[in-house]
Design a protein around this ligand. Structure first.
Ligand SMILES: Cc1ncc(COP(=O)(O)O)c(C=O)c1O
Length: 383
């Protein structure tokens, strides 16, 4: 196989070998929380497609809906009924999604939210907190981003009330939006969330919650639901687990802001293909029917407690436990150690991310978590 045909090895940067395990490097199949590599070897997985899958790989109900959408022709000349139906179903479950637009990737959806905020405010500057995708507006440090674009963006530190307030106030007349990931390695404080709500209103700026990782995980409505922010964020962005691995993202929120989509140009040819829309509809039904967020919280809590135990038992090697029950990872004393443990764990049949979140899903149970923790202990003993 010519791996050099794809520069950087893969089109999904966070799946490149040095970000994961070194080896296994490529897979052929996934089901539930299991993955098979090129040689047919089976692994239990906690990467879960970087959080894009919360029901387990190939969930039967989602596959059934997707298969029916394939049989119905996938795409066509008119916008599909499924688009309007999913918009309605999402608004019923997440009331602050008064209007929505569908896109294919998280990065596109956050960029759309930023565009809508710029339209609404006739301002240009943006403050961001967390990761919001690869597009120019937020990639200040990346080569190839024009200086003019870079200068319109600045970082807002997570959970720092005083610094956040100062940054927002200093930019107030020019600030279009504050875009935040509501969970960055730890939970947000109530004071920080409240400061964002109060200060953006005061500045006349739009508050955008990037719930790409947190929606369909912390709660169906994400962090805004779990932490009951009132009033809700002006715009929110959903993605990843929304369609359990099928490509779909949503930008949604206040009707007056979303209706500005008619005054600018946000559109993509395949934003309305039927398979992902059907998958998302089925995913939402399973989330509601099977209490998925409760399951994820319970199993994730067991994992998080287990990781603290791992840290206690390997104190010199493991320096910390990062994240929350639904998304967590270990800090290691050195980069070499981090690589070594990931590789040794993979050799034992466990795919456990070392520098970014691991995710449990509906397909993980107590036994899966206990076996994974045992494998982590063994991997740490082996390095
Ligand atoms: C919070 C957040 N926003 C945006 C993105 C970008 O989404 P995508 O990779 O689908 O473009 C990600 C992806 O990891 C994310 O975690």
């Amino acid at each position: 196989m010519n791996d050099w045909r794809v520069p950087g090895f893969t089109s999904t940067g966070s799946k490149r070998p040095d970000a994961l395990f070194g080896t296994p490097a490529r897979m052929t199949r996934a089901a539930g929380c299991r993955v098979w590599d090129e040689s047919g070897r089976e692994y239990v997985d906690f990467v879960m497609a970087l959080g894009a899958v919360a029901l387990g790989y190939g969930h039967a109900d989602v596959n059934r809906a997707a298969t029916a959408a394939i049989a119905a022709g996938v795409v066509g000349p008119l916008p599909p009924v499924a688009e309007a139906e999913l918009a309605e179903a999402l608004a019923e479950r997440i009331p602050w999604l008064e209007r929505v637009r569908f896109l294919k990737t998280g990065a596109e959806a956050v960029a759309a939210a930023v565009r809508l905020a710029r339209v609404a405010t006739a301002r240009e500057e943006i403050l961001g907190c967390g990761y919001h995708g690869w597009l120019d507006w937020c990639q200040g440090a990346a080569e190839g981003v024009p200086a003019g674009v870079r200068n319109l963006f600045a970082e807002l530190p997570f959970n720092d009330v005083a610094a956040g307030r100062e940054l927002i106030r200093a930019r107030a007349p020019r600030l279009a939006a504050v875009v935040v990931e509501p969970v960055v390695v730890s939970e947000p404080t109530r004071e920080w969330l409240q400061m964002l709500r109060v200060e953006t209103e005061r500045a006349g700026a739009i508050l955008i919650f990037d719930e790409i990782k947190t929606a369909f995980r912390l709660a169906i409505g994400g962090a805004a639901e779990r932490y009951t922010l009132k009033p809700a964020p002006d715009l929110v962005v959903l993605g990843k687990a929304l369609a359990n691995g099928f490509p779909l993202a949503v930008v949604g929120g206040r009707a007056d802001l979303m209706n500005a989509a008619n005054r600018t140009w946000i559109s993509s040819t395949l934003a309305t293909e039927g398979v992902a829309l059907a998958a998302a509809r089925a995913t939402l039904e399973v989330f509601e029917r099977d209490g998925v967020c409760e399951h994820i919280h319970r199993i994730g809590t067991r994992l998080l407690h287990g990781l603290h135990e791992v840290q206690r038992m390997h104190a010199g090697l493991v320096t910390g436990v990062a994240g929350i029950a639904e998304m967590c990872f270990l800090h290691y004393a050195t980069e070499d150690l981090s690589r070594g443990v990931a590789l040794r764990a993979a050799e034992r049949g466990l795919l456990f991310k070392r520098t970014a979140y691991n995710f449990v899903s509906l397909a993980h149970d107590e036994g899966t978590v206990d076996r994974a923790l045992a494998m982590l202990h063994e991997a740490l003993r082996a390095v």
